[in-house]
Design a protein around this ligand. Structure first.
Ligand code: PA5
Length: 476
């Protein structure tokens, strides 16, 4: 079938199967009923209306990213072309929302061993995303890259994050020492146009710069230059990513919760939270989606984990997100998911058609316990194992649902990212919390500034100095 036509797009639509959240499948104690849906009709409608009414405003600028970046996308594609021509490595310096999206999309849409492929086959620079300040990791990076053949992309919306700015300082010094005035050609900045220090530095240094729109928070930023530039550099079709997001957006505009997978999954998770299910496990059955689970964990955890609601009441809302990988974690975590406390909702992500087929070779004919595998494919095995986990969880009355991707491509990944973002926004409204702030993360950032003697953080430093001293008796 011709790719990218209307029928192809329809065939590529994500599916949500929530049978195993219902009483008929997991029993009356655990499962939900039509009554639950009816009782929460108004709550769902209000959440839907608020999210739709706030689109494109305040911190919901991310809803418009599939539509309002035409010129930016062209600039990104042209810049990526130039980077590909000149450099062997592309290194992202960023953390949190400025790193997890680029990692997730790279893993999903590039060859799983991209960096190890020969240059001729790779046809794009190697990608490294440095999202920590572990000195050993920095040294290891510098051991494997040729700085003269490397382009760095420093990403920080606030332009102030200690980890990212420390990395920037280290790398810029090395670049200047080695390349002098040409250093600036090896650094691209992605940051806020109006706020923070990085924009000032970028202007002084004459760096190529991309902007993170005001209404786009870190964890909602993958579909702006934060994620689009690294993706374009490694050859990902970023227009298709955005088309996938727009396609899902259209689906999420449906008021009927039964036709809106983001609204339905938000409702199911909300109902589960009301029943004390404090853990949300994300378990893709594909290595390519392994870091989508990581990205989801930040999105869900940082957005919904809030001490107070919009009225200032103490609510301590949220669910602890856990990443898991099918089938790998069947051999570690699933024991707990099936037999441990009834405190989890497990989201399985299935893939209908993997991008390759691997046959299991004939052999061991005399050993039926092994030879039953012969004549099958790894594709059949991983799918059977997902179904087996679904069965095992359901028969143990464990809440679970499955999102299916017809295949992993830029269009379906765009849909998946946007669906999770919308689900998070809907769930935040149902919980009546501010989905888009992160006072907890900022508290940690401020404490670091204070410990490092940053101006303006003297009170925090004093508070920290006056906090109870560690008791030596509690060490062993
Ligand atoms: O989602 C968020 O806002 C955070 O996780 C940020 O992305 C993270 O703290 C990095 O911030 P910045 O991009 O300002 O460096």
């Amino acid at each position: 079938m011709a790719k990218n036509n209307a029928q192809w797009r329809k065939d590529m639509e994500l599916k949500l199967d929530y049978n195993n959240m219902m009483r008929e499948f997991v029993g009356v104690d655990q499962g939900f009923s039509e009554e639950d849906f009816k009782d929460n009709r108004q709550l769902v409608l209000n959440a839907y209306k608020t999210v739709q009414a706030n689109r494109g405003t305040g911190m919901m600028g991310w809803t418009e990213l599939p539509y309002n970046q035409k010129e930016i996308v062209e600039d990104i594609i042209a810049t990526a072309k130039d980077v590909k021509k000149k450099f062997d490595n592309f290194v992202v310096l960023g953390i949190g929302g400025s790193a997890l999206g680029p990692i997730a999309v790279f893993q999903a849409l590039c060859h799983l061993r991209h960096n190890e492929l020969p240059k001729k086959v790779r046809k794009a620079p190697k990608l490294y995303v440095e999202d920590n300040v572990d000195p050993e990791r920095m040294k290891a990076l510098l051991d494997v890259i040729d700085i003269e053949k490397t382009c760095f992309n420093v990403i920080t919306k606030s332009g102030a994050t200690s980890e990212t700015m420390a990395q920037y300082l280290i790398i810029m010094k090395i670049l200047k020492d080695k390349l002098g005035a040409k250093a600036k050609d090896h650094m691209i900045a992605t940051t806020s146009e109006k706020k923070g220090n990085l924009i000032k530095i970028a202007r002084e240094e004459g760096l190529k710069t991309f902007y993170i729109p005001d209404g786009v928070g870190g964890r909602f930023s993958e579909l702006c230059p934060v994620g689009l530039l690294p993706a374009a550099v490694v050859g990902i079709d970023i227009k298709e990513l955005l088309k996938g997001a727009a396609y899902m957006d259209k689906i999420c505009k449906n008021k009927d919760v039964r036709k809106n997978p983001a609204l339905m999954s938000a409702l199911l998770e909300y109902l589960a939270m009301q029943k004390g299910k404090n853990i949300s496990v994300m378990m893709p059955y594909a290595d390519s989606l392994k870091y989508i689970a990581d990205w989801y964990c930040q999105l869900w955890g940082e957005s919904l984990g809030k001490a107070v609601d919009k009225n200032g009441n103490k609510v301590y809302a949220g669910q602890t997100p856990v990443k898991s990988l099918g089938v790998t974690d069947q051999h570690s975590q699933v024991q707990l998911y099936r037999e441990g406390p009834f405190d989890k909702v497990i989201t399985l992500i299935g893939v209908e058609n993997y991008r390759t087929t691997v046959e299991i070779s004939e052999g061991c004919k005399d050993i039926p316990d092994v030879s039953f595998l012969c004549g099958h494919t790894m594709n059949e095995l991983i799918t059977a194992e997902r179904k087996a986990t679904e069965y095992a969880l359901t028969t143990a009355n464990r809440l679970n649902y499955t999102i299916t991707l017809p295949e992993v491509n830029a269009f379906t990944i765009g849909q998946l990212l946007f669906m999770f973002e919308m689900e998070t926004a809907f769930a935040g409204e149902m919980l009546n919390i501010d989905t888009f702030n992160q006072p907890g993360v900022e508290g940690g950032k401020n404490a670091t500034y204070a410990l490092f003697g940053k101006k303006g953080y003297e009170t925090t430093k004093e508070e920290m100095d006056n906090s109870p001293k560690k008791n030596p008796e509690y060490f062993c």
